[in-house]
Design a protein around this ligand. Structure first.
Ligand code: ZN
Length: 240
């Protein structure tokens, strides 16, 4: 899709961009393209030069801490945020792994243009720093979640976070993807999927996980669900 097809304030589908006034979003969109990201597509690997920042507008992406060949998800990013925060703040190379979890569109913007905008626009700076604060809080919460909470609760919370960002109860994610993102063995995820199916919360079929009852899934979720969900909602409704 060409830039001109969505170069209107409030039209991209990403809340960070759409909260900006037409003058600032126009400057940002002048250096952008709408792109489609595939599931599991790697956006950055540690050490790579970050030339573009991604604003999800349909896809859901993740930041992951890499350790050798393994990685574990530290934050999900949907239409409420951006991927490539370090590049906006001045870092040239990625420090962590970023990938798409759910396929879909994203507004891809040149990182250099966003650094210039960060220096020149107080409105953009305020929005980025609000997202930065929320992103750090999500990573902190995920650290607690990853080390202290039982896998079935973590899986339920993760699925609810995907539903919220995708606006859908039908998630094109496999159990293998869930295991990789949560940094656990596939067998553990299989057991939890069976447990959640027994509760009538989800069903799995042909490489998809479908949420049948958000209420039942919320009841199975760990205590991270409420604060993580509220944080994502807050980012979407913040006015600058
Ligand atoms: Zn948790």
């Amino acid at each position: 899709m060409d830039t001109t097809a969505f170069a209107y304030a409030g039209m991209t589908g990403n809340a960070l961009i759409d909260q900006l006034g037409a003058d600032v979003s126009g400057r940002l969109l002048a250096f952008s393209r709408m792109v489609h990201l595939e599931a599991r597509e790697t956006l950055y690997a540690p050490g790579e030069v970050v030339r573009h920042v991604y604003f999800p507008a349909g896809c859901v992406a993740a930041a992951c801490a890499a350790d050798g060949g393994a990685s574990v998800e530290t934050a999900l990013v949907g239409r409420e945020g951006l991927v490539g925060l370090g590049a906006v703040l001045g870092e040239r190379r990625a420090r962590e792994l970023a990938c798409a979890v759910l396929p879909g569109d994203a507004v891809r913007v040149e990182a250099a243009a966003l650094r210039t905008l960060f220096a020149e626009s107080a409105v953009w700076r305020r929005l980025v720093l609000r997202f930065y604060g929320a992103h750090v809080r999500q990573i902190s919460r995920r650290a607690v979640c990853n080390t202290r909470h039982r896998l079935c609760g973590r899986l339920a919370t993760w699925l609810l976070a995907l539903c919220q960002r995708a606006d859908s109860d039908d998630l094109p994610v496999t159990q293998e993807t869930a295991a990789r993102q949560l940094g656990v063995r596939r067998a553990g995820v299989n057991e939890c999927v069976a447990d959640l199916e027994g509760r009538g919360a989800i069903a799995h079929r042909r490489g998809r996980l479908q949420v049948l009852s958000r209420g039942a899934l919320t009841a199975a979720a760990c205590s991270c669900h409420a604060p993580l969900s509220e944080e994502a909602r807050w980012l979407e409704r913040v006015a600058v």
